[in-house]
Design a protein around this ligand. Structure first.
Ligand SMILES: Nc1ncnc2c1ncn2[C@@H]1O[C@H](COP(=O)(O)OP(=O)(O)OP(=O)(O)O)[C@@H](O)[C@H]1O
Ligand SMILES: [Mg+2]
Length: 254
């Protein structure tokens, strides 16, 4: 359930990439709010600033102007180290298109990493990791390395790793980009279940209207701006989302 509590408030975020030849205005005064337990999808044309936004929200990059409020508190110092690392560790779980698992570690070891970084004791770690592996349906694969798993299984490991410390915000960039239809559906259902169980807020970037139907709300990006919004409350109409997306794709040539 989407809660009325605002977890993240994005206030007039702009990003200009400067270079000797030209400046790219990747984000222009972006404003929106993410509520507790909300799944927010971002769709948009290539180069519209989606990954730039995720990088800023994850404190992997700094905005040129604007601010982020976390639970109502100004969080501008999150962009400076060492605060940025603490902010990421305490608040953000990342899920990537290419899974980004450590290839020499087992499934259990990959899922364990965030708990070690947050200094959980070994008893807590063992219990939490076993629970997560079971939740993700990975018991059989616990001691296997990522290369021995299918794409969907690897993405479930990545989801387990992202949520094991129950960070309030999950950021996902094209999490189904390397998965087929059935596997995408399976991974999305896992994510929605996890969101319900832990009341996390999820912001996911996607090109896929099917993925967006699982969201509570979709923001459409074009040329660094939010140009449309769609409320679907987890049962979005794929035709309607596709229509809006096509409309934005059409603007590409303008
Ligand atoms: N590090 C960078 N230096 C300079 N320009 C950049 C950098 N990263 C992104 N850009 C530019 O900023 C704009 C937004 O890029 P971004 O990667 O955020 O787009 P996107 O919406 O994620 O696109 P895609 O759907 O293709 O992943 C683009 O014009 C891109 O060329
Ligand atoms: Mg991108």
């Amino acid at each position: 359930m989407v809660n009325s509590q605002i977890v993240l408030s994005v206030e007039k975020i702009s990003k200009i990439y400067e270079s000797a030849e030209s400046n790219v205005h990747a984000l222009k005064n972006i404003c929106f709010q993410l509520r507790k337990g909300e799944m927010l999808a971002i769709m948009g044309t290539s180069g519209s600033g989606k990954s730039t936004l995720l990088n800023i929200l994850g404190a992997l990059d700094q905005p040129s102007s604007g601010k982020i409020k976390l639970n109502g508190i100004d969080s501008n110092d999150i962009f400076d180290e060492p605060r940025a690392t603490d902010y990421r560790r305490e608040n953000i779980g990342f899920i990537f298109q290419n899974f980004n698992l450590l290839k020499d570690l087992s499934v259990a070891e990959n899922i364990t990493l965030p708990l070690i970084l947050q200094k959980y004791n070994s008893k807590e770690i063992e219990q939490k990791v076993n629970e997560m592996i079971e939740l993700m349906g990975l018991t059989k694969w616990k001691n296997h390395r990522p290369v021995e798993l299918s794409g969907g299984q690897q993405q479930r490991v990545a989801i387990g790793r992202a949520i094991i410390t129950t960070p309030p915000i999950i950021l996902a960039d094209e999490l189904t980009g390397n998965l087929d239809f059935n596997t995408s559906t399976e991974v999305l259902k896992v994510l929605v279940d996890m969101k319900k169980q832990f009341t996390q807020s999820i912001l996911l970037v996607t090109h896929d209207p099917l993925v967006a139907t699982y969201a509570d709300r979709v923001l459409f990006f074009h040329d660094g701006q939010i140009i449309d919004e769609y409320h679907c409350s987890g049962t979005g109409d794929i035709e309607e989302i596709m229509g809006k997306f096509q409309n934005i794709l059409g603007k590409k040539s303008v």
